[in-house]
Design a binder for this molecule. Structure first.
Ligand code: ASP
Length: 591
């Protein structure tokens, strides 16, 4: 037996017991002839002590221990003279009788403690060392716990966990596919699934009416902040359901997760908001509703006063930032620069201060009287002491910019407490999104999403305005400004699916080539069905109160999509290239 106890286990009630522990030497120090060793394993840290008058060989071994040596240590549990309330085992220490070095270690390139002195790159390269640190261990424990609760909950509701293949054909989530060359089928490629979307729908056709899977998905996207090329979804699908059934069931799941994992009671029922309201009021389809500061349209209040900028745009909107009237000129200038950054993209910023002394001050005083400014303030529901921030332009664009500004101001005012959880459902999404650039419609969710039955007339219309008005039975689960999950009721009739492809400009042949299998399956008695998927990594990060998902993935990739620990991606040798019938076109210019 390697150990009698773990390093996180022993308490004052164990005093007097003879124990054997095994683990890693976090640090060791000499103090007045005694050697103190912090021994670490997954469960915690226990202090070991070798007395000055211990056996000479033992003292020598203890002295020779380096950081991260793996040892087995035997001794007696004693009460500590100076207790450490910061660790669970802080009341006791182990007076050692024997140390067995199981393995030596090189000196680690950074400190393996709660806070490390290592930068991100070096810690990524030695991820297995970083994973020894308590914060990462807690993150992976949380991830496990949530997965466990998800499985328990869905199992209790009759869901079956069914695996679907990774080597498949292109999926319709709208990102770029990762592809895998097929040796046995020269010149042909598999795609790695962007999601199990088509397979879960085929499982519905097959009669498995409640399916789920905690599953890896692959999307070859430019890695914007905090995305991973491979990530995990809690993927679900149900038959014989309407939107209401899906929302209720997964609302119940989220409530259960929050209760069982964090002991937090989230809103019951979870509020719902249409996509249109979310855009108008928050400038985002994933609004952070932990705070107000809603967007108000003030177009009619500001136009016709000779201010050309406002008069020449279709939309003017504003937010009232509570208590920020005291912002200095320097601060408003900085904000103006901030909204002009490409990430926000506004052309400029107009402000109105409702000073505490009752006066107003704005950057457009020339065009608006005190009285007019007050009318605008009333339109934005602003109070004395508030700073009103105004942006204008094309409606959705200006709203989106205001939405970004709103979140920024919420952050600056400390209104985005990670311990507060404010979920909501966004519903009634438009089915289609027009791309000016490509001159065609794209599916807002994906091409299997059903139009609302009451909008079918518009769906079959040839007019762009009609098609733009079609709403989908699609829904997103949003938490604290993050889209945690999303799904839809699906099209289950082959004819409707064909019309959808037609609207998306996917020709009969292309549809047949890409999705023939599913169109065909729908001809064999496809039940009405729908589902959704939650981003599992993001769920874990939000539960853990963190912004980044990376800590919740054991072996994540960096921003360039690289695993710097194993050094992937990498070249393959010529033999492999030949076997796969591949030739590289990489040269000095495009490498
Ligand atoms: N497959 C979708 C996604 O990954 C989710 C769904 O529609 O169920 O976003």
């Amino acid at each position: 037996m390697y150990r009698s106890n773990t390093c996180g286990e022993l308490r004052i009630s164990d005093v007097g017991k003879k124990v054997t522990l095994a683990g890693w030497v976090q640090r060791s120090r000499k103090l007045g002839g005694m050697t103190f060793i912090d021994l670490r394993d997954r469960y915690g840290i226990t202090q070991l002590v070798v007395e000055a008058d211990a056996d000479a060989a033992l003292v020598e071994t203890a002295t020779a221990l380096g950081r991260e040596f793996v040892i087995q240590a035997t001794g007696t549990v004693v009460e500590r003279a100076s207790k450490n309330s910061k660790i669970d085992t802080g009341d006791i220490e182990i007076r050692l009788e024997a140390i067995n070095i199981l393995n030596k270690s090189l000196t680690p390139p950074f400190t393996i403690e709660e806070q490390s002195d290592g930068g991100e790159d070096i810690r990524a390269k030695y991820r297995y060392l970083d994973l020894r640190r308590a914060p990462l261990k807690r993150a992976l424990e949380l991830r496990h716990r949530i997965a466990h609760e998800v499985r328990n909950f869905l199992d209790s509701k009759g869901f079956l966990e069914i695996e679907t293949p990774y080597l498949i054909k292109s999926t319709p989530e709208g990102a770029r596919d990762f592809v895998v060359p097929s040796r046995m089928n020269p010149g042909q490629f598999y795609a790695l699934p962007q999601s199990p979307q088509t397979f879960k729908q085929l499982l519905m056709v097959a009669g498995y009416d409640r399916y789920f899977q905690i599953v890896r998905c692959f999307r070859d996207e430019d890695l914007r902040a905090d995305r991973q090329p491979e990530f995990t979804q809690i993927d679900c699908e149900m038959s014989f359901v309407e939107q209401e059934d899906v929302l209720n069931l997964f609302e119940d799941m989220m409530r259960t997760l929050f209760k069982n994992v964090l002991d937090v009671n989230i809103a019951n029922p979870i509020p719902r908001m249409s996509w249109y309201d979310a855009m108008d009021r928050y400038g985002s389809d994933k609004p952070d509703i932990r705070f107000g500061m809603e967007i108000h349209e003030i177009t009619s209040l500001v136009q016709g006063h000779g201010f050309g900028v406002f008069d020449s745009v279709p939309y003017v909107g504003a937010i009232a930032v509570p208590g920020a009237a005291a912002y200095t000129r320097k601060q408003t200038d900085e904000l103006t620069e901030w909204v002009k950054r490409p990430q926000v993209g506004a052309k400029g910023l107009v402000y109105i201060k409702l000073n505490e002394d009752g006066s107003t001050k704005s950057s457009v005083d020339k065009f608006y009287s005190e009285d007019e400014l007050r009318k605008i303030a009333a339109g934005v529901e602003a109070n004395t002491g508030d700073l009103i921030l105004v942006l204008c332009g094309e409606k959705r664009k200006a709203q989106t910019q205001l939405g970004v500004l709103r979140v920024e101001m919420g952050g600056r005012l400390g209104l985005r407490d990670p311990k507060v959880f404010a979920p909501l459902w966004i519903v009634d999404f438009p089915l289609l999104e027009w791309s000016e650039e490509d001159g065609r419609f794209y599916a807002m969710h994906h091409p299997f999403t059903a139009p609302k039955p009451e909008h079918l007339d518009w769906f079959y219309s040839d007019k762009k305005e009609d098609l733009e008005r079609v709403c989908a039975n699609a829904y997103d689960f949003v938490l604290n400004g993050n889209e945690l999950g999303g799904g839809s009721i699906r099209i289950h009739e082959a004819a409707v699916q064909e019309r959808m492809f037609q609207v998306l400009g996917i020709g009969k042949e292309e549809a047949e080539y890409k999705f023939g299998f599913i169109i065909n399956a729908f001809k064999f008695g496809a039940p009405p069905h729908g589902g959704l998927a939650f981003g599992f990594d993001r769920t874990c990060a939000l539960f853990g109160g963190q912004e980044t998902i990376r800590d919740y993935i054991a072996f994540p990739k960096n921003n360039q999509g690289r695993d710097v620990m194993i050094d992937a991606p990498s070249k393959i040798d010529d033999v492999q290239m030949d076997e796969l019938f591949l030739a590289s076109t990489v040269n000095e210019e495009n490498a």
